[in-house]
Design a protein around this ligand. Structure first.
Ligand code: ADP
Ligand code: MG
Length: 327
C-alpha cells in the first residue's frame, strides 16, 4: 500500500508548493480562521502549517494518514455540489509516503493533543500525546528524501519558493476571511489579517500583488440570473506582456478554465494591444449545484451546467465595464 501511495504522490505531490496547497486546503476545510505557514529552503527542508481549525480526533489520526480515508464525503450523492476542497483522501497518505511527516492535533481547548509520525514507507501508526491548542500542526521534512528521481526534479531554492509564493497568493486571494501568514527561512514574507470589507480586501490585494495593480484597476460587482461577478479588472493600459496576474475564483476556489479564459479574452479583445495579457482578480459566485469543481484533482478546471449562460454573463459584464474605460 505504501508503494501505491508513492505512485499516487506522483499526481498530488509534484513539489513543495503542492504540499502547501494540500495542507492549507485541509486547514481551510477544517474551518480554520488563522493559518500560519513556515518553510525552510524553498520548502525542501521544512514545511510547517499550523491552523486553529476543528482538529482531528485521537481515533481518527491513523486513519487520516491512510489512503482514501476522507471524513468529507459519506455517500456518492455528497460528490454532487461538494463544498470541501479535498474529498479524495489522498493528500496526507501521499505526502507521508515521500517525506517525514509529523502531525499534532487537538479537538478542544484543554491544551492536550495527539501526535502521529510517518516517515516514507514506515508509518508509525502509534499515537502519542502531544500538546497542542485546538487545531492542527503538520510538519513535512525532507521532501522526496526516499525518492531520488523525484528529488532531482526540484529546482533551486529560489524557484521552489516562487512556486510557494504563487500558491500562497492564490490561497490568500481565495479566502480573505482567513488570517494567513508565510515565513521563509525565519523571515516574515506575508502577514495578512482577516477581513471581508472591500477596503480590507484591497489591502490584502495590495500586499499580495502590489499597490500598482489596485491603482490601475476597476472594481466591479455585478449580479444577474443567479450569477455574481465581482473583483478587480486591470485597465487596458495596465495589461502586461505575461499572463502572470490573472486570478479567477469560482465559489472561493481558484480556477483555470478554457471557457472562462475565452470569455475574458473576448471581452478584452477590442481594447488590448497585440501580445498583451489582461490583469484581473475576479470572483464568480453561483449556486454550487450548477457547477462541478472536482473534474481533476490539480488542473483547476470546472464544468458548468449551463456553460453558455456563464460565458455570456462573463463576457457581457466585462465588456460593458471595459467599454466605459476604453483608452
Ligand atoms: P481529503 O482532504 O481529501 O479528505 P487528506 O489526505 O488531505 O484527504 O486528509 C485526510 C483527512 O484528514 C481529512 O478528510 C480530514 O478528516 C483530516 N485532516 C487533514 N488535515 C486536517 C486539518 N488540518 N484539520 C482537521 N482535519 C484534517
Ligand atoms: Mg485534503
Amino acid at each position: 500500500p505504501r508503494l501505491a501511495n508513492q505512485i499516487a504522490a506522483g499526481e498530488v505531490v509534484e513539489r513543495p508548493s503542492s504540499v502547501i496547497k494540500e495542507l492549507v486546503e485541509n486547514a481551510i476545510d477544517a474551518g480554520s480562521t488563522r493559518i500560519d505557514i513556515e518553510v525552510e529552503k524553498g520548502g525542501t527542508k521544512l514545511i510547517r502549517i499550523r491552523d486553529n481549525g476543528s482538529g482531528i480526533d485521537k481515533d481518527d489520526l491513523p486513519l487520516a494518514l491512510s489512503r482514501h480515508a476522507t471524513s468529507k464525503i459519506i455517500t456518492l450523492d455528497d460528490l454532487e455540489g461538494v463544498a470541501s476542497l479535498g474529498f479524495r483522501g489522498e493528500a496526507l497518505a501521499s505526502i507521508s509516503s515521500v517525506a517525514r511527516l509529523d502531525l499534532v492535533s487537538s479537538t478542544d481547548d484543554s491544551g492536550a493533543g495527539w501526535r502521529v509520525i510517518a516517515e516514507g514507507r514506515d508509518m508509525l501508526t502509534q499515537v502519542t500525546p502531544g500538546p497542542h491548542p485546538r487545531g492542527t500542526t503538520v510538519q513535512v521534512k525532507d521532501l522526496f528524501f526516499n525518492t531520488p528521481a523525484r528529488r532531482k526534479f526540484m529546482r533551486t531554492e529560489k524557484t521552489e519558493f516562487n512556486h510557494i509564493d504563487e500558491t500562497f497568493r492564490r490561497l490568500a486571494l481565495s479566502r480573505s476571511d482567513i488570517a494567513l501568514s508565510l515565513r521563509h527561512n525565519q523571515k516574515p514574507v506575508y502577514n495578512l489579517p482577516a477581513g471581508n470589507s472591500q477596503l480590507e480586501q484591497e489591502k490584502r490585494l495590495a500586499s499580495l500583488l502590489g499597490r500598482k495593480l489596485l491603482d490601475q484597476a476597476l472594481y466591479i460587482d455585478v449580479e444577474a440570473t443567479g450569477l455574481r461577478l465581482w473583483g478587480w479588472v486591470g485597465l487596458p493600459t495596465y495589461s502586461r506582456g505575461q499572463a502572470d496576474q490573472q486570478y479567477f475564483f469560482v465559489n472561493q476556489r481558484v480556477v483555470k478554465d478554457k471557457l472562462v479564459a475565452h470569455a475574458i479574452r473576448q471581452a478584452y479583445r477590442d481594447v488590448l494591444f497585440h501580445g498583451r495579457h489582461p490583469v484581473f482578480v475576479l470572483y464568480l459566485e453561483l449556486d454550487p449545484s450548477v457547477v462541478d469543481v472536482n473534474v481533476h484533482p490539480t488542473k483547476h478546471e470546472v464544468r458548468f451546467r449551463d456553460g453558455r449562460l456563464v460565458h455570456d454573463f462573463l463576457f457581457r459584464t466585462l465588456h460593458r465595464a471595459l467599454a466605459e474605460v476604453r483608452p
